[in-house]
Design a protein. Structure first.
Length: 323
């Protein structure tokens, strides 16, 4: 195992966000939007992640792009400029899993890095504690985790199993049986040693991908200290189109709002806005209708004359969500 001490002297941390996936299960939204740009309370998912990175002192962020890659710089460069972040884009030509996406950066990253998955909305106000744990304990990796009482949620993500010392001994991708309450949440801090582990990560037969959990297990088996960090208040994966309604509602609750209407939206004077509704900038609602549990994307013209409930409306698509 290599000596990690050289890498901790200046405590410089880079950022990585994975935003290359095609998002076939969010069809038809995936025809027009990378998942990382889907709006949550009138900001793209990835903007929250950039703001988190700025808050913990990251200055340079690498974004792995693929599907609709040209859309990300167009929207993100102005945001990064406002935040004082430098963005670098790297293309993943084939989507073979998280570890494969991270591997695209091996020749570019020169410092430990924090990794976000661009299709997961995470509320983690104590993220600085995770970073401090990484530096102070000279870790090979630190994994953001959450105590999850629902075994099904662990089975959909990955399980984190601990030794009595508090070190992670095992990570299991989408376990058949959830024998722990610790769920991995899609934020990681890695030392550069993760790249050697990724090179030795086999492609899985089950999903035909290079799983980052297998890379982390190699890191553990090589003797690198890997720690959990219980810093996540809540997290929601954006897997299907209608998850957008649920994630917006969850974020509204976290912000203490019943609904959110952009100051740049134009609503007929008779419009009433119900719980869980978010209306984006430049949206126009032409008739006096009631809107409840809906997400109306920016620059969408709504000419519907009947009340709306549980729908997503974009300039291009209309998605009904059953309740």
């Amino acid at each position: 195992m290599s000596d990690l001490s050289e890498r901790y002297r200046d405590r410089r941390l880079e950022g990585v966000i994975l935003a290359a996936g095609r998002g076939t299960r969010i069809h038809p939204l995936s025809l027009h939007y990378p998942k990382a740009l889907l709006p949550i309370c009138n900001k793209p998912i990835i903007q929250y992640q950039l703001e988190d990175m700025k808050r913990i002192g990251v200055e340079q962020v690498w974004i792995v792009v693929g599907h609709l890659k040209e859309e990300l710089p167009h929207q993100l460069d102005p945001i990064a400029s406002q935040l004082g972040l430098t963005l670098r884009y790297v293309e993943q030509h084939h989507t073979y899993g998280i570890a494969h996406a991270v591997a695209q950066l091996e020749s570019r990253i020169q410092a430990p890095f924090i990794l976000f998955l661009g299709d997961i909305m995470i509320r983690a106000p104590r993220l600085d504690r995770m970073v401090e744990m990484f530096w102070n304990r000279r870790a090979g990796a630190v994994l953001a985790v959450k105590n999850e009482p629902d075994p099904e949620m662990i089975r959909r993500n990955f399980a984190v199993i601990l030794h009595s010392s508090g070190l992670v001994t095992r990570v299991v991708e989408k376990p058949r049986f959830a024998n722990t309450h610790l769920k991995g949440c899609g934020i990681y801090v890695f030392d550069l040693s993760i790249f050697d582990a990724i090179r030795r990560t086999p492609r899985t037969a089950q999903r035909d991908e290079y799983e980052i959990t297998n890379s982390i297990q190699i890191l553990i088996d090589d003797g690198y200290p890997v720690y959990p960090a219980d810093v996540v208040e809540w997290d929601m994966n954006v897997t299907y189109a209608c998850d957008i309604v649920d994630v917006n509602r969850q974020m509204l609750e976290a912000l203490g709002h019943e609904s959110m209407v952009s100051a740049e939206a134009v609503l007929h004077e008779g419009v009433t806005v119900g719980l869980g509704t978010v209306i984006g900038a430049g949206a126009v609602v032409e008739h006096p209708i009631h809107i409840d549990q809906c997400v109306i994307f920016p620059n969408t013209v709504v000419s519907h004359r009947d009340s709306l409930s549980n729908v997503i409306i974009t300039p291009e698509e209309w998605v009904e969500c059953e309740r």
